[in-house]
Design a binder for this molecule. Sequence first.
Ligand code: FES
Ligand code: FES
Length: 173
Amino acid sequence: MSIDTERTRLALRVNGRETTLEVEPRRHLADVLRDDLGLRGTHLGCEHGVCGACTILLDDEPVRSCLLLAVQADGHDVTTVEALADGDRLHPLQEAFRDHHALQCGFCTPGFLLTADYLIRTQPELEDEEDIRAALAGNLCRCTGYHNIVDAVQDAAARMRNHDGHLEAGDGA
Ligand code: FES
Ligand code: FES
């Protein structure tokens, strides 16, 4: 049996930056982000689509980067958790997670932040606890019991709404 190690050239935007690289077609996007681009905020837990730790945004929608081949991201916009903060200025979601003690070990946190960012951008009026729990059900946390995460997302949604009900930060994160 021969193993195909031929590399494919990709051109994509990662956190707003035009990026070209050559990868073997068999490699998953999560591995390429972490190992080739050094974006280790994308965490790998289950590696088969269950835990949500590897969640990134592909064209502004959350996807599991452990289930995507890197070649599938060719020509697309990829956003990782590293793009949320603006230098030393935390994103409102990060501030809310900090203020509500919504993380302990932090392993699940990047996935929650990006899923919640999408949730708030697409449903800015979302306030109901049960709706937030349902929307975050695809992300697993072994530490917090979820309560503080839900509080943080509620608070972040309020912080990100201006007086007109439009988002003030995190648009297109
Ligand atoms: S590592 Fe991708 S869903 Fe768990
Ligand atoms: S904070 Fe540890 S898994 Fe969520």
